[in-house]
Design a binder for this molecule. Structure first.
Ligand code: GDD
Ligand code: MN
Length: 381
């Protein structure tokens, strides 16, 4: 069996990989390490995948996975591991910022550990020429991770590490492949994991550019939440509830504003024996548009409706579901007040009214979420 499967996730790293791969091959040869190298490229516009395929066409230890229509560092690593054949799986950036010279030592340490990390914060390690802002961001992210998760490692933000195949087999299906922080997934999803850090100095990038961005940071926080609490309440539901709360506030506020223009006596139409005021109707339309589009572009962004017709369909279903929700909310509200009155604990007052309304909202939100997730956005988890 091969000793090592080295996974190199890449996006626009053509110039780097053509230099890095021969350096790695020489290193493995000198240290008598049997290996395969798996480049997982997300269909880079600079044709990284093609350059590597052409250059190493005759070498069967070099594999290239060209992923079309997919994107993301963590999911690239997972896809690489899924086809890897070695005893050990190593992950390294494809841009030569990770010092390959410590890799043999990292493999040595695997005899006694489940995970070995190339670390900027132990021994001779360092951040190289990182600016103060980037350093602070990395330290901040590390701090948040340590608050959330019970991890001992000094540099859990590292993108450079080795694990055993068994660890991947054991927890690979629990891993949430969004964002950059794949190492955290391995550290956070198994308790008491035996880990070791080996120091190295982060190198300056010579070719190409970093892919770190605002959405990487958002995905990072989402990933942390998911590792810690995801099995109790899904992040999608949290986002949905935030949007719902926002819509509720917009509804109240705009209704208040509209009521200056249209007296509350101005009735737009009659629904179920009650006439609905113009301001309430407008506020409903206003908040529902807000909620639909926020959910489309944020909560359900990964399966969002695009184009006019898809959005028209989505919006129509969303409105119908909202009306069902409204019906549930009002029914539960009234029914719980009725129950309260019958129980003769006390008389109806504002506080009880708010509590009962809240219970109604909880019921309606749960039902609406379920329906919208499965019908409006058809999200399968
Ligand atoms: N397949 C694929 N898809 N690869 C990607 C993607 C993607 O969407 N985004 C980035 N990569 C690859 C890059 O080509 C590079 O090989 C590696 O992932 C790291 O990306 P960089 O953009 O160079 O990240 P960085 O150098 O700014 O960030 C470094 O520090 C982070 C935290 O401190 C890296 O070492 C990260 O791994 C590390 O998490
Ligand atoms: Mn980099």
């Amino acid at each position: 069996m091969l000793q090592l499967s080295l996974i190199l996730p890449s996006f626009n790293e053509r110039d780097n990989l053509l230099i890095l791969i021969p350096i790695l091959q020489k290193l493995f040869h000198e240290n008598k390490i049997s290996y395969e190298i798996i480049v997982v490229d997300d269909d880079s516009p600079d044709l990284t995948w093609k350059a590597v395929q052409d250059q190493f066409a005759k070498q069967e230890e070099i594999h290239v996975i060209r992923r079309i229509g997919k994107k993301g560092l963590s999911s690239a690593v997972i896809d690489g591991m899924a086809v890897a054949r070695g005893t050990y799986f190593a992950v390294m950036d494809a841009d030569m910022q990770h010092d390959e010279k410590i890799l043999p030592q990292m493999l040595q340490e695997m005899n006694e550990h489940e995970i070995v990390i190339g670390s900027r914060l132990v021994g001779d390690g360092g951040y190289g020429d990182w600016g103060i802002v980037r350093k602070l961001m990395s330290k901040g992210a590390t701090l948040v991770a340590k608050l959330f998760l019970p991890i001992q490692v000094k540099d859990p933000m590292s993108g450079y590490f080795v694990i055993r195949r068994e660890l991947f087999n054991e927890i690979g299906d629990k891993i949430n492949p969004i964002g950059f922080k794949i190492l955290l997934e391995f550290l956070g999803r198994k308790k008491g994991i035996r880990s070791k850090e080996v120091g190295y100095v982060f190198r300056t990038r010579i070719h190409g550019a970093t892919k770190m961005s605002g959405s990487v940071i958002q995905n990072y926080l989402a990933a942390l939440y998911d590792i810690r609490f995801g099995k109790y309440v899904s992040l999608t539901f949290i986002s949905y509830a935030i949007v719902g709360f926002l819509g509720y506030s917009i509804n109240l506020f705009s209704r208040y504003l509209f009521s200056f223009f249209f007296r509350d006596s101005s009735k737009l139409f009659t629904f179920a024996f009650t006439s609905i005021s113009t301001s309430a109707t407008l506020a409903f339309v206003f908040s529902i548009m807000n909620n639909y589009f926020l959910n489309n572009y944020w909560t359900f962004r990964r399966v969002k409706n695009t184009g006019f017709y898809q959005n028209l369909r989505g919006l129509t279903i969303f409105v119908v579901i909202s009306l069902i929700g409204l019906f549930i909310q009002l029914s539960v509200w009234n029914y719980s007040i009725l129950l309260y009155k019958q129980s003769q604990i006390g008389s109806e007052n504002l506080f009880i009214n708010i509590v009962c309304n809240f219970i109604g909202i909880v019921f309606a939100t749960a039902t609406n979420f379920y329906l919208n997730k499965n019908i409006t956005w058809n999200l399968k988890d």
